[in-house]
Design a protein around this ligand. Structure first.
Ligand SMILES: *Cc1c(COP(=O)(O)O)cnc(C)c1O
Length: 354
């Protein structure tokens, strides 16, 4: 079999949840498991995160799977319903619904007569994607609180810049003003706000990326934050080429050697979820030692520099990201974020649970 595997360390997931708790002791934790738990496997993540107070995700089919699989705590559809035909299923599975716009508000009128939903009123405090504008919130809240299909309302907003210098104050201030006069639970914090802005923790926090052992911050490593990597993408060297100065490596001859080199060819490519745009120099571990990719990433293969590692060749283990090399670092080298790498793990990669 092809030697590429993704190992998922479920104990690390549980550990990272404890890191969330340590930061947000007074709040309940809605663990975000959208996009197949950021590529880690929904059911697996739900099991490893059993101590969380609820799960948040986007995909209703996945939410139904969780409920039918026996998950008994809160499940929140983070973008609510996309169509009124989903109301019945949502009611049957007791899914909590974000209401971010007028169309969703009107959908509630079509709810089955016996249906009672917990809803999260999403307020646009500056992200300017989903949510009601501030001047509409009072009226919308009144409509929700009088609605026959609504059992309880939570106030929600999402931060645009909790991970960078702009911070959250500019959004938090308007949320707080709105929430102050109302005795309703609130939810604001993503991972970055869990770690950096305790004033935003209030009733429910919504961590995603930190549970998977990656850092939401460009300048602070996951290890510094006490997080453990959950996914390790590992493979082996399939072939070795000895090349001369002037020889090139891979498609487009994108890398040209200026001295004699030893090239390792690794079983991993963009069809596995490794980013094709990772440039020459992107880090990887060979036999636990850090080296660099060379040339273009192909569909099934990538090449790396073994020149300084004469003892290693065909069969030598390789870590693309995970234990010993954070996905954050690989992502940064490739001009993206770890979120994208984790989510992109392809279905063809066998997953091993540990
Ligand atoms: C994805 C998501 C989160 C989690 O964000 P992280 O940066 O991964 O912690 C929180 N809230 C909402 C609404 C989301 O869609």
């Amino acid at each position: 079999m092809r030697p590429l595997t993704a190992t998922i360390d479920t104990a690390a997931l549980a550990h990272n949840l404890r890191v969330v708790r340590a930061h947000a002791a007074g709040a309940r934790v809605l663990a975000v498991v959208k996009a197949n738990a950021y590529g880690h496997g929904l059911e697996r993540a739900a099991r490893a995160l059993a101590e969380a107070d609820g799960l948040g995700l986007i995909e209703i089919d996945a939410a139904v799977r969780l409920r039918e699989g026996g998950y008994g705590k809160r499940i929140v559809l983070l973008e609510g319903l996309f169509d009124a035909t989903e109301l019945e299923m949502a009611a049957r599975c007791d899914l909590s619904l974000v209401i971010h716009g007028e169309a969703q508000l009107r959908m509630l009128d079509e709810a089955p007569l016996a249906a009672r939903f917990d809803v999260l009123l999403k307020i646009n405090t500056g992200m300017n994607r989903l949510g009601f504008p501030l001047p509409q919130v009072t009226a919308v809240l009144a409509r929700l609180q009088q609605h026959r299909a609504v059992r309880a309302v939570t106030l929600m907003t999402h931060f645009a810049a909790a991970d960078d210098a702009r911070g959250v104050d500019w959004q938090f201030a308007s949320f707080s003003t709105l929430a102050a006069s109302r005795q309703l639970p609130g939810t604001l914090a993503n991972s970055a706000a869990v770690l950096r802005y305790p004033q935003t923790h209030v009733d429910w926090v919504r961590p995603g990326i930190m549970l998977y052992g990656c850092s939401p911050f460009a300048e602070t490593s996951a290890a510094t934050l006490g997080l453990k990597p959950v996914m390790t993408l590992a493979s082996r060297v399939l072939a070795v080429q000895e090349i001369a100065a002037g020889d090139s490596v891979g498609y487009g001859s994108a890398f040209v050697a200026d001295t004699p080199m030893r090239i390792g060819v690794v079983a991993c490519g963009y069809a596995d979820g490794y980013p094709r745009h990772a440039p020459t120099g992107t880090p990887l571990l060979v036999a636990g030692r850090r080296t660099r990719t060379l040339g273009r990433i192909a569909m099934d293969l990538l090449c790396c520099d073994l020149t300084a590692m004469p003892g290693h060749g065909v069969g030598t283990p390789v870590v693309l990201w995970g234990e010993g090399l954070s996905a954050d670092e690989v992502a940064a080298a490739a001009g993206t974020v770890s979120y994208e790498l984790l989510c992109a793990l392809a279905p063809r990669v066998p997953v091993i649970e540990r």
